[in-house]
Design a protein around this ligand. Structure first.
Ligand code: DQA
Length: 144
């Protein structure tokens, strides 16, 4: 894997650690990034770790990833439930492998979280495993 894996985080994920820890856990996004960096070092790959609260920025990054990355891990936050723009961007980036991650089990929560716009165009999804989901997704990408 010569190109980096892009790890993209959507809205409100910069608040991890303080935000509803009973649902999302006490791990900060910085700590998740450190775990991913350590996993990447041990696996001989590189990563590009980013967060934004803006939907269009995620679209720009997916378009960039189509050229500049070997795969994408995305926690789209709430945009995962609503964004046709993200669905289309991932579709247009094919055959780029994309893994959707959610810290919480979105299917065990409110009905409005049960739909994912990303899942139909993702290679796979990991949800409900907390911060561990990110390194599990990295492991999956390395093996794919
Ligand atoms: C989330 C789940 C979403 O429903 C929510 O809007 C988030 C976080 C998760 O990681 O569990 O912001 O993506």
């Amino acid at each position: 894997m010569t190109k980096p894996v892009f790890i993209l985080n959507g809205p409100n994920l910069n608040m991890l650690g303080k935000r509803e820890p009973g649902i999302y856990g006490g791990t900060t996004l910085g700590e998740i990034e450190n775990d991913c960096r350590q996993f990447a070092r041990n696996s001989g790959i590189s990563i590009e770790f980013r967060q934004t609260n803006h939907e269009g920025m995620l679209v720009d990054w997916i378009q960039e990833a189509a050229e500049a990355s070997s795969g994408v891990i995305i926690n789209p936050g709430a945009y995962g439930h609503t964004s046709i723009a993200l669905h289309d961007a991932i579709r247009a980036a094919a055959p780029l492998p994309v893994i959707e991650v959610h810290l919480s089990n979105i299917y065990a929560r409110e009905p409005f979280r049960h739909q994912s716009m990303i899942a139909p165009v993702a290679r796979g999804m990991i949800c409900g495993l907390g911060a561990k989901g990110y390194t599990l997704a990295l492991q999956a990408l390395v093996q794919l």
